[in-house]
Design a protein around this ligand. Structure first.
Ligand code: FEO
Length: 189
């Protein structure tokens, strides 16, 4: 019994005295990024729900999947911060936008969100270089690649919608083919 108590105490002591493996400014930026990815996940869930009730089943499935992806991006950051002996702050989130005038507005919101996340990731990368934290820099490269792909998909989908304009049969085909369009936008040249 005493041995167990001793082990528990030692484990607790070691956990509370682990040396942080990154500067506090980088740790803060990574935690901010947790919030941005979580917010994107909730925003896309809200967009999926809007599409669902407005009869765009393909668009709904697309955003349900995007929402899951952003959640994975968030969790990957949480695990990384913990691995580096940082302190994760699970954030409170603002209510996502829930009402959209059109499919165009829905996809404008998507592109805006992705551009915002890319800017934030670039900022983390910049700070990593300032602090010579090549470990975090290396970890963040995965996000850089992801963002390139997601922005390309968002731009392509919005371009298609701009071509379609107000044509209802065009919207029908867009909803039916959204995953094919997204996959093609993502394919290497
Ligand atoms: Fe993980 Fe597309 O932001």
């Amino acid at each position: 019994m005493l041995n167990i108590l001793y082990l528990k105490f030692t484990f607790k002591y070691l956990r509370s005295h682990k040396k942080k493996q990154m500067t506090s400014s980088i740790e803060k930026l990574l935690n901010d990024q947790v919030k941005f990815e979580a917010s994107a996940s909730m925003q896309y869930l809200s967009m999926a729900s809007w599409a669902d009730v407005n009869g765009y089943n393909g668009v709904a499935e697309f955003f349900y999947a995007q929402s899951e992806e952003e959640r994975l991006h968030m969790t990957k950051l949480v695990k990384f911060i913990n691995e580096r002996s940082g302190t994760v702050i699970v954030p409170a989130l603002d209510k996502p936008k829930a009402d959209f005038k059109s499919l165009n507005e829905l996809f404008e919101t998507f592109l805006k969100s992705e551009v915002f996340v890319t800017e934030k990731i670039n900022h983390v990368i910049y700070e990593c270089l300032q602090h010579k934290d090549y470990n975090v820099h290396n970890f963040m490269q995965w996000y850089v690649t992801e963002q390139l792909e997601e922005e390309a998909v968002a731009r392509t989908l919005l371009d298609k919608l701009n071509i379609i304009g107000n044509d209802k049969s065009g919207h029908y085909l867009f909803d039916r083919d959204i995953n094919t369009i997204a996959t093609e936008a993502n394919a290497p040249e």
